[in-house]
Design a protein around this ligand. Structure first.
Ligand code: NAD
Length: 540
């Protein structure tokens, strides 16, 4: 081992082990392969060098690490592309999905092609994997508007402008291969490293609510870990999902990656999803969707990573900044018209500050209904009401619609500034208990913060998905965080702060609460492999 500074060391490794050196800088262990550009520099570093030369090497390697470890392009939302860059609807209609670039006539063909692609990828250097992921990010970013338009026009749900943000955040904030750091243990017994290895072919089932953004997210996470993927889109969003797959395959191939690394059949159905779940050449399942698909995947007998439904509550206590809370509940709860699993779906506010909160919501795009209007609108949008305290089923045509579309049913005309309908209801109103996926926000007055948190917890149905609190009281925040025990817990912000937008951290659109992975990354789609070298190269 060559120690350079307190926190920088080189460890030479014989060529036979497949790499030249381990470079340890601070807590990062970098494996230097003989083929990489850095190898030459590092090999030289094993010879006696001047301090200046060593400094130059460290600066170069740190720059390499720095570029890959930085969160990608954390751009303010207002700087993102907008619908002003949209293509005309007539051109959009002409965009079809033909066979090719990963789209196959049958699921069997898709699985065979993905298996071949996995073998091909296995023979390629890691540097190609890095280039593939960079190209995927770039293509997804460049096409963020087009893909938003495709998703919106095909499903008729959500807001195209919010879908641009969804595509962008997944393209740029999903961690890539740099997230798979090698772990090293050294001591009298020698040197052991643990590395992240791919599973092989992953079967990924995609929801209708995020048909392009989840494909982007899963592609970056799964390909970064060295896997191939067979996607099964929701039948009602197959054009948007399959078009995304074709674009990203072209990006992969342009970076020197194999064809069909992402594969799918041209006509996905529930039957093909079931076939995928049980196919012997699919190693792992990843499902993103409602309770039905999660339960089916868990019964498949395969390793399943399941991202299921949520019913995220927002609690507001008497210490909260009510202006900020009202604004953020409207922004978060109306994001893509509430169809995202993390969006706020119920508000529980301490009675003493409820009037001020509702006023703030109205000032920031909320439209407050009277109790009579709430009853009428509920009667229109609800398809199956199972009574107080129970989840209901919504009419499909109202899911993901703008607030103005719902209000039109009441004969109320509003402008685009209205993003959410605010409905003061009793605790047992079905709106509270339903993952309604509409910008129809129930607001419940509670006597104190503890009863508000308790109701929030019960309304979440134990999904342990996402919860929000607006408070300045650390005890209240801690109590709610511990009780909810969710994959995402946001304090004093909209839900998407927990997805890396306006908050810190990376993004994922496959949030696996039932199976415990939380916000999935390339690490979730990797096998851990240990390689031990006995008695040699000990550092300590
Ligand atoms: P959905 O459950 O109807 O469909 C999701 C996918 O599963 C589709 O591809 C569908 O074809 C397939 N599918 C559905 N039932 C199946 C079954 N029995 N067997 C095999 N495949 C089946 O969900 P959706 O309406 O498309 O999406 C909305 C739901 O997904 C909401 O409940 C939302 O909370 C959830 N969701 C969760 C996350 C997360 O990260 N946890 C992300 C997005 C969406």
């Amino acid at each position: 081992m060559v120690s350079i500074f307190n926190d920088a060391h080189f460890i030479p490794i014989p060529q036979g082990m497949g790499f030249t050196a381990l470079l340890i800088i601070k807590h990062h262990v970098v494996t230097i392969t003989p083929t990489s550009e850095r190898a030459a520099a590092v090999s030289n570093a094993l010879l006696p060098l001047s301090e200046n030369e060593i400094n130059a090497i460290i600066t170069r390697v740190m720059r390499d690490i720095g570029t890959t470890y930085q969160p990608m392009g954390r751009t303010p939302l207002e700087a993102l592309p907008t619908m002003a860059d949209a293509i005309p609807p007539a051109h959009l209609r002409e965009l079809g999905v033909e066979l090719g670039y990963g789209i196959h006539p049958t699921l069997e063909d898709a699985i065979a092609a993905a298996n071949q692609a996995f073998r091909d990828l296995h023979d390629l250097p890691l540097s190609i994997r890095n280039k593939m992921v960079t190209a995927i990010r770039q293509t997804a970013t460049e096409n963020a508007v087009l893909l938003a338009q495709l998703a919106h026009s095909e499903t008729g749900m959500g807001r195209a402008e919010d879908k641009i943000t969804k595509n962008w955040m997944n393209a740029n904030l999903t961690p890539g291969p740099e997230y798979l750091t090698t772990e090293a243990f050294s001591g009298d017994g020698g040197l052991t490293i643990t590395e992240y290895a791919p599973f092989g072919v992953i079967g990924s089932i995609i929801p209708s609510t995020n048909p392009t953004s989840t494909v982007i997210n899963n592609t970056i996470s799964m390909v970064s870990a060295g896997n191939a993927v067979v996607f099964n889109a929701h039948p009602s969003a197959k054009r948007a999902s399959n078009y995304t797959i074709q674009l990203l395959n072209q990006a992969i191939m342009s970076a020197g990656g194999p064809p069909n690394l992402l594969s799918a059949c041209i006509d996905p159905t529930i039957e093909t999803a079931t076939q995928l779940m049980h196919h012997p050449r699919v190693r792992v399942l990843v499902v993103t969707g409602g309770a039905g698909v999660v339960s089916a995947a868990m019964k498949s007998g395969k390793r399943a990573i399941c991202a299921g439904p949520g019913n995220p509550p927002a609690v507001v206590d008497e210490t909260a900044d009510l202006e900020q809370a009202g604004r953020d509940i409207v922004r978060g709860g109306s994001f893509d018209n509430n169809i995202i699993c993390t969006t706020e779906k119920g508000t529980f506010v301490v009675d003493r500050v409820a009037n001020d909160l509702v006023e703030a919501m109205a000032a920031h795009g909320g439209y407050v209904l009277t109790s009579w209007q709430i009853r009428r609108l509920w009667g229109i949008v609800c398809r199956e009401d199972h009574g107080p305290g129970e989840a209901a089923y919504m009419h499909k045509e109202f899911i993901g619609q703008n607030a103005s579309v719902l209000l039109r049913e009441l004969g109320i005309k509003v402008g685009p500034e209205v993003r959410q309908i605010v409905a003061e209801v009793e605790p047992d109103h079905p709106l509270v208990w339903t993952e309604q996926m509409m910008p129809f926000m129930p607001v419940v007055r509670m006597p104190d913060v503890y009863s508000a948190i308790d109701l929030a917890w019960r309304s979440e149905h134990g999904y342990r998905h996402t919860a929000v609190i607006h408070s300045k009281n650390v005890d209240h925040m801690t109590h709610m965080a511990r009780l909810m025990d969710c994959s995402i817990f946001v304090k004093n912000g909209p839900n998407f702060a927990g997805l890396g937008v306006e908050g810190e951290g990376f993004c994922s659109y496959t949030i696996a609460s039932p199976t415990g992975e939380g916000l999935t990354t390339c690490r979730s789609f990797s096998r851990l492999r240990r390689c031990a070298l006995k008695d040699a190269f000990r550092i300590t």
